[in-house]
Design a binder for this molecule. Sequence first.
Ligand code: NCD
Length: 304
Amino acid sequence: MRHLISPLDFTTEELDQLFDLAADIERDPQKYAHVCEGKILATCFYEPSTRTRLSFESAMTRLGGKVIGFSDANSSSAAKGESVSDTIRVISCYADICAIRHPKEGAATVASSKALIPVVNAGDGGHQHPTQTLTDLLTIRSLKGRLGNFTIGLCGDLKFGRTVHSLIHALVRYENVNFIFISPEELRIPDYITDMLKEKGISYQEVIRLEDVLPELDLLYMTRVQKERFFNEEDYVRLKDFYILTPEKMELAGDDMLVLHPLPRVNEIDVAVDEDPRAAYFKQAQYGVYVRMALIMTLLNLAN
Ligand code: NCD
């Protein structure tokens, strides 16, 4: 039985197969409308979410399966003190596959060690968010036509942003990816990630001003400042509007630079940028459904 806890749980070859399947689903969704009939997905969300939970639910529903779950820890037995391990043992009796989001780093790993069904990490604290990474990779592959040979700027909350951490881990496996980390000093990328890059001999730059590097980028990955992971409100208020991507700043960027964002957006991208053909974040949300459909099929052994 397979789980998806980290983006590295799949080899790049396996990811290619997954993305080929997702692309086929995009071409002909009707072909897959009954693949998961009789199967049940449980979504266990101990932390707020719109996109991730609903895109999982949409994915399973579009495959003809059914969905059960909770979207608030307070409405589950966690409120009575039940452990994640016990909850997942029980969910294993009710569902065929489970997507779990939890505020604690490592919660999905614990769940997978006790589960009798495939577990998908839908975000564990500030640690990893592998299905967002699959979404990001599929978006890049579909819209850029390649994974590798590009310069990507990651901008915003690089300290707490789990989507950033997961994406970097996934991208280091592709050829010639040049990283530019754009953040205020307080929200710099964690040392464990720069150490990993150094160890692998992968070059990266760290800068504070977005404007300085915009012309060099093939991809700009914007992120929101992760309010819920701050220890005090004052720091959040000071940093939340540090970056605001505007149509004026977009003039500094190349004609085929794509703007990605895992969403939700707060203030970091002016809504006027949405009209720019380089803004790819809503398409990215659509790819999130195709890739989760492909993932559910793969983990349930229904892909071949
Ligand atoms: C991200 C997350 O939950 O980490 N959202 C998402 O799943 N699309 C990004 C965020 O919350 O900023």
